[in-house]
Design a binder for this molecule. Structure first.
Ligand code: PAF
Length: 280
């Protein structure tokens, strides 16, 4: 695996891959890699000739009150993990490589970015779409792999790619979970023992809501009220949202039609967790 920090070196590598007419799979990450990321790497290496992973804690997608400074940075362990998978290039730029002095152009994200995460994390998706578009331009992947865990992010990136004629096949891959059901996340390492147990509330609540809908409940307000109650009963400290939404537009469903997506964002201690489930 080649590890590189500079855009100029990345461009050389990409040019030589393209010269050999090999396909490129791309997994953008912010590091602190876990089995969820590694599953994306495995999808890429099984479907593409070459796999490029980026590790970049993107400052523009964090609001001033968020965890940018304390976001886990575990570069050596990350590279060690990637060595056990089929990865060809790891791109690890620093912030000035991506945002040099004078940088001032930002992507205006699509409408689907305004609700849910967009309401609670202003500027977040502007930062995500900007960095993802830059990375797409640099890596020029045939296929880019995103996790369903960040469901809205994947929908936002898909829409951006369509709207801006980005010639990349954006794929959403399944959530990887701990044995308890907790969705794997770099932020799980912030949880202590008690909080980790309470964090299972998200998965359990998604399962409960799925059961309600599968048993015939079609009133979205009833399901959303049950989700909120369940999260509180199971010990989360606060809830940003717990909703049933259309899987493409993410508009809330008063009357549930299938497929639907259940989405939750909640806080356990000072850690903000998200999870989701498609009901089809
Ligand atoms: O999902 C993430 O880790 C980030 O939002 C991404 C896509 C790497 C952009 O910084």
């Amino acid at each position: 695996v080649e590890v590189m920090n500079e855009i100029a070196l990345l461009r050389e590598s990409i040019a030589s891959i393209k010269h050999r007419s090999e396909t490129i799979g791309f997994v953008p990450t912010m590091g602190a890699l876990h089995d969820g990321h590694l599953s994306l790497v495995d999808y890429s290496s099984s479907q593409c000739d070459k796999t490029v992973v980026s590790i970049f804690v993107n400052p523009t997608q964090f609001s001033p009150n968020e965890d940018l400074a304390k976001y886990p940075r575990t570069l050596q362990q990350d590279i060690e993990k990637l060595r056990h998978h089929s990865v060809d290039v790891v791109f690890v730029p620093d912030a000035t490589e991506i945002y040099p002095p004078g940088f001032s152009t930002m992507v205006s994200p699509p409408t689907v970015a305004r609700c849910l995460e967009g309401e609670h994390r202003s500027e977040h998706f502007q930062g995500v779409t900007t960095v993802v578009l830059k990375l797409f331009n640099l890596v020029q992947p045939d296929i880019a792999y995103f996790g369903q865990k960040d469901y809205q992010q994947t929908i936002v990136v898909l829409q951006m790619a369509v709207d801006l004629d980005v010639n990349v096949d954006v794929r959403m891959c399944p959530i990887i979970r701990e044995p308890s059901g907790l969705a794997m996340s770099s932020r799980n390492r912030y949880l202590d023992g008690d909080q980790r147990q309470r964090a299972d509330a998200l998965y359990k609540t998604l399962a409960l809501a799925d059961n309600l809908i599968t048993d015939g409940q079609r009133d979205g307000r009833v399901v959303m009220a049950e989700m909120n109650q369940s999260l509180i009963d199971l010990g989360v400290d606060s809830i940003d949202y717990a909703v049933v939404a259309d899987p493409n537009s993410l508009t809330l469903m008063d009357t549930i039609t299938l497929p639907a997506v259940l989405l939750i964002a909640a806080h356990v201690g000072t850690t903000r967790l998200i999870d989701n489930r498609i009901v089809s």
